[in-house]
Each structure stands twice: as structure tokens, then as C-alpha cells.
Write a protein that binds this ligand. Structure first.
Ligand SMILES: NC(=O)c1ccc[n+]([C@@H]2O[C@H](COP(=O)([O-])OP(=O)(O)OC[C@H]3O[C@@H](n4cnc5c(N)ncnc54)[C@H](OP(=O)(O)O)[C@@H]3O)[C@@H](O)[C@H]2O)c1
Length: 249
């Protein structure tokens, strides 16, 4: 169960779920590129945590929604460590609000970061993966893309869109042995959810059969599984990691 010699790029690896994914992949032998957009010190901390455990990590700042920056970053990674074998499209944001009052800019920002960002990063790495006839693209969606949520029409649309993106990319890349899958977390304890008021967190907890919010490590375990060479016959799928709050597919 090793990823020795592989290179991974994790977008939004500076904090939360992305950081846990970076640590997990590095522990499996990968060289991990930790992406951030605004928080270089958090990305450096992720790299430090990787190195403390004997792994190899590098940080790289770029905005996943900016095609030119994405291309430049992937070129740099490729010249330093070879083209990424594993891409985790994890960078994501929320800009919540009821639709009647939602600003067009908040729609655009959420769609651009969560959905277009995954498209741009995948497009930048796929050629090298296809050439090697090996690759893993893992998109971090959300339970909200399946259940919907009042106040999150932008986020719900972006996360549901990532499932369509995953399935179509999986079909395009399958002939070259590149797999594309999604992980759809439920409510996970990170900066993204810590700002939710305690009464809302209690209401959420009541909807989770396993009774607690998840941890970033719960999600990282699913990502690690999909990245393994042994998971090569799995493509176009979604792993739901949500404590049982949504069991469909
Ligand atoms: N937490 C949950 O309950 C939950 C549930 C379902 C799905 N998810 C999804 O899981 C992913 C990670 O969530 P999280 O809770 O770990 O979030 P988080 O703690 O808020 O961290 C977000 C990460 O994304 C990065 N980022 C944001 N915009 C970016 C951009 N334009 N370009 C590059 N990086 C960018 C941030 O970088 P900086 O540090 O530089 O700001 C940070 O590393 C997201 O896609 C989220 O939608 C989360």
C-alpha cells in the first residue's frame, strides 16, 4: 500500500481537509506539493509537519481559478519533481446567503474556485498522466451537492457540478488508465465549519447517524484509498464520507 516515487499536487493543502490529505499521501511515500492561495505560513506549516514525519513536501501558491497561474505552477512542479501523478482538487470556499439576496459576484467566486478550479487544474496535469498511462484525479465534492442546502445555491451547484465533471473526465481519461473519482464529505471539523453557531452544529449532529462531525483524517483516508495503485479499476465513482447522513449514490 505505497505511493513511493509518486508526485501529488493537493490544492488548498494549507489547512483543513487538504492538510490532512497532504500528510496522509506524504506518509505513503509521495512527494507532496501543498497549494495555497493566501496563507503561505499555513502551507509552510503543512510542509513542516510532513518533514517532521520524514516525508517530502513543497509549498506552492496559486489561485486555482486563474488558468495562467495554474499552468505556470504545474510547469514548475513538473520541472522540479516530474508531472503530478496524483491531483487532489480540494481548494474550496463558501459564500453563503439566501438566493434572493445572493450577489452575482458570490455566485461567480464559488463556481470559479470550486468547479472551474478543478477543471483548470485537471486540464493542466492530464496530458502528462495520459502519457505515463497512470494517474489519479480526486475531486472533493460535498454532501451538499447531493442533498442541497438553503443558503448555499452557489456551493450546491458547484459541488454537484464536480460530480458531472468527475464522470465525464473519467470516461475521457479511462483509455489511458487515468482514474477520476470524487469524495463527498459531510460535515467535517475545519475552519469552514467552525464558524457555524453551536445551535446549528447541534441540528447538524442530530442528522448524522454516527452522531458526530467528521475529521479531516476521515476524508484523507478515502482520498488515500482512491490514490492507491490497487484502486486502478475504480473510476467515475463517489465515496460518501458523512457519518451516514446521506447514503444514496
Ligand atoms: N469542512 C467541511 O465540512 C466540508 C464538507 C464537504 C466538503 N468540503 C470541501 O472540502 C474542501 C476543503 O474544505 P475545508 O473545510 O478543509 O476548507 P478550509 O479549511 O476553509 O480550507 C480551504 C483551503 O482552500 C484553499 N483555497 C481557497 N481558495 C483557493 C483558491 N482560489 N486557490 C487555491 N487554494 C484556495 C485555502 O488556501 P489558504 O489557506 O491560502 O486560504 C485552504 O487551503 C473544500 O472543497 C470544501 O468545499 C468541506
Amino acid at each position: 500500500m505505497s505511493l513511493d516515487g509518486k508526485t501529488a499536487l493537493v490544492t488548498g493543502g494549507s489547512r483543513g481537509i487538504g492538510r490532512a490529505v497532504c500528510l496522509r499521501l506524504a506518509a505513503m511515500g509521495c512527494t507532496v506539493w501543498v497549494n495555497y492561495v493566501s496563507n503561505p505560513s499555513a502551507a509552510d506549516e503543512t510542509v513542516q509537519l510532513i518533514e517532521e514525519k520524514g516525508g517530502i513536501g513543497r509549498s506552492i501558491g496559486f489561485d486555482v481559478a486563474d488558468g495562467g497561474s495554474v499552468q505556470k505552477a504545474v510547469k514548475h512542479i513538473t520541472s522540479e519533481s516530474g508531472g503530478p501523478d496524483i491531483l487532489v482538487n480540494n481548494a474550496g470556499i463558501t459564500r453563503d446567503g439566501l438566493m434572493a439576496r445572493m450577489k452575482e459576484t458570490d455566485w461567480d467566486l464559488v463556481l470559479d474556485t470550486n468547479l472551474k478550479g478543478a477543471f483548470l487544474c485537471s486540464k493542466a496535469v492530464m496530458r502528462a498522466m495520459m502519457k505515463k498511462r497512470w494517474g489519479r484525479i480526486i475531486n472533493i465534492s460535498s454532501v451538499i451537492g447531493f442533498l442541497g442546502n438553503g443558503g448555499q445555491v452557489n456551493y450546491g451547484a458547484a459541488k454537484a457540478g464536480m460530480i458531472g465533471l468527475t464522470k465525464s473526465m473519467a470516461r475521457e481519461l479511462a483509455p489511458r488508465q487515468v482514474t477520476v473519482n470524487s469524495v463527498a464529505p459531510g460535515y467535517i471539523v475545519t475552519d469552514m465549519t467552525s464558524s457555524l453557531p453551536e445551535d446549528i452544529q447541534e441540528t447538524i449532529r442530530a442528522q448524522i447517524p454516527l452522531g458526530t462531525l467528521g475529521t479531516p483524517e476521515d476524508v484523507a483516508g478515502c482520498v488515500a484509498f482512491l490514490a492507491l495503485p490497487e484502486s486502478g479499476y475504480l473510476t467515475g465513482q463517489t465515496l460518501h464520507v458523512n457519518g451516514g447522513m446521506y447514503m444514496g449514490n
